[in-house]
Design a protein around this ligand. Structure first.
Ligand code: PAF
Length: 306
């Protein structure tokens, strides 16, 4: 039998691998010389939000930054934008190179699902709520691919954006429940100048829809500012802002605890929204301090204004 030659790794350069076995061998070799691995899983079409995840990963000492680019068919439902999803691979690789990532994992569906995907990760009841209620099977698809990426790359750290907050909560839960050794780090949402959360799907918006889309973050901000007055007022304030844009069809606007269980009366919560702007479905969320927990923040704001 002829031994397969080891995949090559060049330090301080971007090394791209398509075969899962190749990147597993390279990250194994790096770990054996005491380097840590930080993974940024993506579906490509990289924007400033992804750059922020990569920059955070780069700050870790003695760590090689890896990014995966894979448009995961398993997390798209029938009639969703799997075919249309942007795939600017050359540009994405240039971004990874520019930010100093050293590993790019760019598998095809046949590399990750050679026999389809009959065994998947079940997200539990939270997988059927919020996004899961509108996109059945979505989180099983996300958790399955993330579990596979973790098993292939074996990262010490993995970075995900808070923009997909429910995804982040479920990935953290999977890591705990299934004893993955990876530290999952959530990174705050990067926004446009007017508050619109960055998303690979923003490219679908017409000029008019782009103007309307800002209502999502405006509603969340109004809701968060009402936190001191309690949950009902948070939702009322957000709904009042949304009413100004009747063309924006809201799928859900919900206030939850930070673990996406019921919101507390006092303390940290999360306000989440999903809405259709034209044919584009956008999601966003913000942190909210409810009740007396908001008092300190309000005082700080007033002090700062003096
Ligand atoms: O957030 C995404 O881009 C995707 O859901 C992820 C985590 C890369 C899995 O395909």
């Amino acid at each position: 039998m002829i031994a397969k030659t080891a995949p090559k790794f060049t330090r301080n350069a971007l090394n791209t691998f398509r075969a899962p076995a190749d990147i597993t061998r390279v990250t194994g070799a790096l770990r054996s010389v005491s380097r840590q691995i930080a993974l940024v899983p993506t579906m490509g079409a990289l924007h400033a939000g992804h750059r922020e995840l990569l920059r955070r990963a780069k700050r870790l000492p003695n760590t090689v930054v890896a990014a995966s680019i894979f448009v995961n068919p398993l997390q798209f439902g029938a009639g969703e934008d799997f075919e249309a999803y942007p795939r600017p691979l050359e540009r994405d690789l240039a971004v990874l190179d520019e930010v100093g990532a050293e590993l790019a994992f760019t598998p095809e569906a046949a590399d990750l699902y050679p026999e389809g995907a009959t065994v998947t990760v079940h997200p539990g009841p939270l997988g059927d709520e919020l996004e899961g209620a509108v996109r059945p099977g979505h989180f099983a698809g996300v958790l399955t691919v993330v579990a596979k990426l973790f098993n292939i790359v074996r990262p010490d750290y993995a970075f995900f954006g808070e923009k997909d907050y429910q995804q982040l909560v479920l990935i953290k839960k999977m890591v705990r429940d299934l004893n993955f050794g990876t530290h999952v780090i959530g990174v705050p949402t990067v926004r446009e100048f007017d508050g619109l959360a960055l998303s690979s799907r923003n490219v679908y918006l017409s000029e008019r829809e782009r103007e309307d889309a800002v209502v999502l973050s405006a509603a969340l901000t109004a809701g968060a500012h009402a936190g001191r007055r309690g949950a009902e007022e948070v939702l009322a304030a957000a709904k009042q802002v949304l009413a100004a844009k009747p063309a924006v069809e809201v799928d859900y606007l919900d206030l939850r605890g930070t673990d996406l269980g019921p919101a507390p009366v006092d303390g940290e919560a999360r306000l989440l929204i999903a809405a259709r702007v034209g044919s584009t479905r956008l999601i966003d969320n913000v942190a909210v301090l409810l009740g007396t927990a908001a008092d300190g923040t309000q005082r700080e704001e007033w002090d700062a204004g003096e």
